[in-house]
Design a binder for this molecule. Structure first.
Ligand code: ACO
Length: 425
């Protein structure tokens, strides 16, 4: 606590404590507001509401800063593996060599999924979106891996299973959707390479692992690993607060991420760029995005917290250029994206609204270069975000101030009224 704020309401004066975080961010602690004043707060979209105090991720939207457990995302993207980043988020510190080895062994031992789960895949219509399938399959895991007696062991096993099996589930959904043979995980491959092999290996065309592609996927996943209290993470915390299983909470997070205003934006960006490529309508797209009467928005632009260039988008763009260069790929959508970015960044509307590219603007071009189909883009985001969701869920479960998540509302409907019998309505 770092002081008080005075609240004057009518002829009464109240004092509310101010809470300060480790980076100097301050918040009014309103946890006793209704008790002492009879008032609640109203904050649509929670834009001014801190739902928790958290040790995991720090972001400064004005300065474009993002750190996991204090380490800048730029440094992690340069020097860490995705596995180390996941360990860091979940356990609060980077693993030493022995811890990393044990973690890798556990992930390998848990990488297979129950064979009976394949029947589920075959029951989904072929046109099903992989995000819907992933959300269902993660929830279904619960029935295949019943709860262990020891709570700590149960949590550790569930965390390990989810981190490892999510890759297998995602790759299986891709293979089955194409009518191809499922590829099993391999013990000799590390986390990212193993996933790529499960996606692209075929009995008639063995997949050749390219270190540049593996590195691109590593960076992509690290950049998505956590982003404090965004929509899907808040869904995981809120659903988790009802003390559902971690599987159910993560399944809710995947469903939230699917939305085009959140993780689904990476697919929407590619669709928008492809539309521009086909119809040569860039100026019209920008005009539509600025038109208040049109619900269309420039996909991959803008962010609730970043009011400057998203630091992840900077790294993603650099990595995108380097990957396409190394793979000798010339993607016409990259040229369109660059042109669109330049056009938007000099436009008064985007300047005045502080709208810059977010992480999704260039990520689809990276995924295309890796060979990932557009409808799997948000699944890729979900795999990357999983360590963050788990870390946030664990933190909320361990919080001594834990409470069931249950916001209030201000009712604006009719006051008490009588039920009119059906023949008089
Ligand atoms: N194109 C055009 N105008 C925009 C855009 C955009 N992409 N984003 C925001 N604006 C405008 C709004 O119309 C609004 O204008 P107004 O104040 O004149 O009415 C103003 O900027 C503020 O927008 P809000 O919707 O209030 O801001 P919010 O913080 O709620 O929106 C969001 C954030 C949802 C990400 C928004 O920028 C958006 O829709 N972007 C496009 C979708 C997208 O890329 N989503 C991915 C976000 S990153 C992630 O989740 C991984």
């Amino acid at each position: 606590m770092t002081g008080f704020i005075k609240l004057i309401y009518g002829d009464q004066e109240f004092k509310l404590p101010v809470f300060e975080g480790s980076e100097g961010e301050k918040a009014i602690d309103i946890s006793r507001l209704r008790e002492i004043t009879g008032l609640i707060t109203l904050d649509p979209g929670y834009a001014n509401t801190g739902s928790c105090a958290s040790d995991i991720t720090f972001m400064d939207g004005e300065k474009g800063i993002l750190r996991y457990r204090g380490i800048p995302v730029e440094e992690l993207a340069e020097k860490a593996t995705f596995k180390e980043t996941a360990y860091l988020l979940i356990n609060g510190r980077l693993p030493n060599r022995d811890e990393l080895t044990s973690f890798s062994v556990l992930l390998n031992d848990n990488s297979l999924v129950h064979e009976d789960l394949r029947v589920f895949y075959e029951s989904f219509p072929r046109s099903s979106h992989p995000m819907g399938i992933l959300s269902s399959m993660v929830n279904a895991l619960r029935s295949f891996y019943p709860e262990l007696q020891d709570l700590e062991e149960e949590i550790n096993m569930t965390v390990t299973r989810l981190l490892s099996k999510i890759r297998t589930l995602a790759a299986m959904s891709y293979k089955i959707s194409r009518g191809h043979k499922v590829v099993y995980p391999r013990p000799d491959l590390a986390y990212c390479a193993n996933f790529l092999n499960m996606m692209f290996d075929s009995p008639v065309k063995p997949y050749e692992i390219d270190e540049d592609v593996v590195n691109a996927l590593r960076v992509f996943w690290i950049l998505h690993a956590d982003h404090e209290q965004n929509c899907s993470t808040s869904a995981v915390r809120l659903v988790g607060s009802a003390r559902v299983t971690l599987y159910a909470a993560i399944s809710a997070g995947i469903a939230a991420l699917w939305g085009p205003l959140h993780g689904g934006a990476n697919q929407a960006v590619i669709e928008m760029l492809s539309d521009i490529a086909e119809n040569k309508n860039m100026a019209r797209v920008v005009e539509r995005a600025k038109d208040k009467k049109d619900p269309f928005r420039l996909m991959g632009f803008g962010h609730r917290v970043y009011k400057t260039y998203d630091p992840r988008a900077k790294i993603m763009k650099k990595m995108c250029d380097s990957l396409l260069n190394k793979l000798k790929i010339s993607d016409p959508l990259l040229d369109i994206a660059e042109e669109l970015e330049a056009l938007a960044l000099k436009d008064d509307y985007f300047i005045e609204h502080n709208l810059y590219p977010n992480v999704d603007f260039y990520s689809g071009i990276v995924l295309r270069a890796i060979g990932i189909p557009a409808n799997m883009f948000t699944v890729m985001f979900a795999i990357g975000r999983l360590p963050g969701w788990i870390a946030q869920w664990k933190e909320s479960m361990d919080d001594p101030n834990w409470k069931l998540g249950r916001p209030r509302q201000i009712y604006t409907g009719p006051t008490q009224t009588k039920l009119v019998p059906i023949d008089r309505r």
